[in-house]
Design a protein around this ligand. Structure first.
Ligand code: PMP
Length: 279
């Protein structure tokens, strides 16, 4: 199977990706990205990703090097060339190449890099669930922008792994925001709660899908902040994300959430997710 990259203007092999240290992504994390899921050779929720990409670009003032339609065509071609059936596309756009200096360079062309990875659905964790710890959310106040600055997320994830669990529930002064690489939801008395889509969380594509499915299933949804204490009193908890889909969270900080098993509302949403995306 081929494993081509798209770099700047062409489809190339990995050795053809001539990244320079002057790429502002390297010095400053000065760029934005998206991770797309491919099921059955088709890009999942492409339009929603494109809308989010456009917003990230506008708010960090990066001019996209191609139109959204052209970017869509590039990604489709990449999937075809690499004969990707099930996996992900990673795509980033940095502000461009210039000697290291904080101000935006006067004449830099944004650099698009994209590649695909074969990834199977994480069926075991979707079925069996994961465990999490809570940590203070020390990120900046524009977590809605999908930028390359992921050091706090990386630190949080590693702390989780060091403590023998898979994810981190982030909180600001006790108010739960999201996780290190996923959104977070709880169920209490058959109502689904998740943090509102404001500047404090990434507006996850799967988060939006799950809320849509909950509406279709007549599950009441409350997009309101909730606390760590409310989380500990919840009946069910789960994370959502492009690669994790809907994954149950069985314990947080060693305490079981509800029965400590995957719950019925989570299961309903998982089934509806599978049915909708014909997985
Ligand atoms: N929050 C964070 C911090 C993330 O990095 C991600 C993506 N992995 C998500 C939420 C989930 O977003 P999506 O459903 O678009 O993958």
């Amino acid at each position: 199977m081929l494993s081509l990259y798209f770099y700047k203007t062409d489809f190339v092999e990995k050795k053809g990706v001539n990244l320079t240290p002057d790429d502002r992504g390297y010095y400053f994390g000065d760029g934005i990205y998206e991770v797309f899921r491919v099921y059955n050779g088709r890009i999942y929720e492409q339009q929603a990703h494109m809308d989010r990409l456009q917003k990230s670009a506008a708010d960090v003032r990066i001019t996209l090097p191609y139109s959204l339609e052209q970017i869509g065509d590039i990604l489709t071609k990449l999937v075809q060339l690499n004969e990707l059936v099930e996996g992900t596309i990673y795509m980033q756009i940095t502000r461009g190449e210039a000697p290291r200096a904080h101000p935006f360079p006067a004449e830099a062309t944004p650099v698009l890099l994209a590649y695909t990875t074969e990834v199977k659905r994480p069926l075991t964790t979707i079925q069996n669930g994961i465990h999490a710890i809570s940590l203070e959310d020390i990120r900046w106040l524009r977590c809605d922008l999908k930028t390359l600055n992921l050091l706090p997320n990386v630190m949080a994830k590693q702390t989780a792994l060091d403590r023998g669990v898979q994810e981190v529930v982030l909180h600001r002064n006790g108010t739960v925001t999201e996780c290190s690489a996923s959104n977070f939801m709880i169920v209490k008395d058959n109502v689904l709660y998740t943090h509102p889509a404001n500047n404090l969380i990434l507006h996850g594509i799967t988060r939006a899908v799950v809320l849509r499915l909950a509406n279709a299933l007549h599950i009441e949804v409350q997009e309101v902040p909730f606390t760590l204490e409310q989380l500990q009193q919840a009946d069910e908890a789960f994370i959502t994300g492009t690669t994790v889909e809907v994954t149950p969270v069985l314990t947080v900080d060693g305490s079981p959430i509800g029965t400590g098993q995957s719950g019925p509302v989570t299961r309903k949403l998982q089934l509806e997710f599978e049915r909708t995306f014909a997985l």
